[in-house]
Design a protein around this ligand. Structure first.
Ligand SMILES: [Zn+2]
Length: 409
């Protein structure tokens, strides 16, 4: 019984619980880094030993007897760290998986503590609030933004600029009779400037500005203050970060966390709307990693338009193109629809009316598509969205839909 859905909720530990959680996240990081170092060392040694979690769990038990700080972390959490390292290795060895070699965790990166599902209990206290029981911490308050339906298989507590979160991996039983979404088909053209064009709509959906003018001003001010404080630290205290500088950095992190949360919110609303109201969703197979690589080129074949392409890549990454595709994959499945990923070449140059492909139809840099054969004119992205939909409709019957998972494309 594996977790097949996840739900990330705000967690409100009191100050004592928060302090202990922080120290646990550091312990988890230490366990992971020591375990990884041992594995690397064992493999590099003359005997070429592959160390796994089973072996390291035994060592962990011994180490817990010696070290007070290690003993404080619940044993199940430490064991989970080792199992996760196993998974990281398995993914690295799996040629179909994009993961690279497991990395050492940095103190400045994301921190978290993972619990197995058996170790946590949830109880509702009011309509919107609940409590989760965590080993050694007792009941911790959390906001039940949406109900948790199914069996909790694991839980992960993490902290970012906004505060604490808990992510539950939940197993939901498959519906007895499969859902069928009878909504119309739709083609989606994901633009580069945070915009999305649907084949069924007359205008594009543009993601609103993430920050209000006031927030932008505040962020700019904080960045300037940070720069000033760093200069001061270099001059007067040999680069040692002052308390005030740390506070500025924390305030910037809070704003950045807010930014990414709003961005994620917009993405989720978009993909939920697409998945709930359409039986078939068609998107282009943009190969982002290839595009990123092609920008720089190699020594023999230096890339052309490196700067422009780098800008394009940045905005694609920024928009979280992979994230949208991933969400569409599972949300379409959940609501009984299908996601079809069609090959990208030519969707922006082909006329949606007569089907003739001609780069001349996209003269200039504007957003206008004007067919040189039949004279059909349309917004270029809408034209592309219709092409994407039609391609999906013509392939869905024959080859079967390609529902995207992750993996190298
Ligand atoms: Zn035409």
């Amino acid at each position: 019984m594996k977790a097949n859905t996840a739900s990330r909720l705000r967690l409100y530990p009191d100050s004592v619980q928060a302090e202990r959680l922080v120290s646990w996240t550091h312990t988890c990081r230490a366990v992971r880094n020591v375990a990884l170092a041992e594995r690397v060392w064992a493999y590099r040694s003359a005997r070429r030993v592959t160390v796994r979690a089973v072996d390291q769990c035994v060592e962990l038990t011994e180490a817990r007897r010696e070290h007070e700080w290690l003993r404080d972390l619940p044993a199940q959490c430490a064991q989970r760290v080792l199992r996760q390292l196993d998974t990281a290795y398995d993914n690295f060895w799996n040629p179909a998986h994009p993961a690279g070699f497991p990395r050492f965790k940095r103190k400045r990166g994301r921190q978290g503590v993972a619990f197995p599902g058996q170790a946590v209990r949830i109880r509702k206290v009011s309509r919107r609030m609940a409590q989760v029981w965590l080993p050694k911490l007792g009941w911790v308050r959390l906001r039940l933004a949406r109900p948790i339906e199914g069996v909790v298989r694991n839980a992960a507590v993490s902290q970012d600029g906004l505060g604490w979160h808990i992510a539950f991996g939940v197993h939901q039983p498959e519906p007895v009779e499969p859902l069928v979404n009878t909504g119309p088909p739709v083609g989606v053209d994901l633009g580069i400037a945070c915009s999305v064009f649907l084949s069924s709509e007359e205008s594009e959906r543009q993601r609103p500005d993430i920050f209000s003018p006031g927030e932008k001003k505040r962020l700019r001010g904080l960045e300037q203050r940070k720069a000033r404080q760093i200069v001061y630290a270099k001059r007067h205290s040999r680069g040692r970060y002052s308390k005030r500088l740390r506070r500025t950095i924390a305030q910037i992190a809070t704003m950045k966390a807010r930014q990414s949360r709003r961005r994620a919110d917009w993405n989720h609303k978009l993909t939920a709307d697409l998945a709930n109201n359409h039986g078939l969703i068609a998107i282009e197979n943009l190969c982002v990693s290839n595009m990123a690589r092609s920008a720089k080129g190699t020594i023999e074949h230096p890339g052309r338009q490196v700067l422009q392409k780098a800008g394009l890549n940045r905005s694609i990454y920024d928009q979280g193109w992979f994230e949208i595709r991933r969400q569409l994959g599972y949300k379409a499945k959940r609501s009984g629809g299908t996601l079809v990923v069609v090959p990208a070449p030519g969707t922006s140059q082909t006329c949606a009316e007569c089907g003739v492909r001609d780069p001349d139809s996209r003269r200039g840099c504007g957003r206008l598509f004007a067919c040189v054969h039949c004279g059909h004119t349309d917004h270029a992205d809408r034209n592309a969205a219709i092409n994407i939909r039609d391609r999906a409709l013509s392939t869905a019957g024959r080859a079967g839909p390609t529902v995207s998972g992750h993996g190298r494309s």
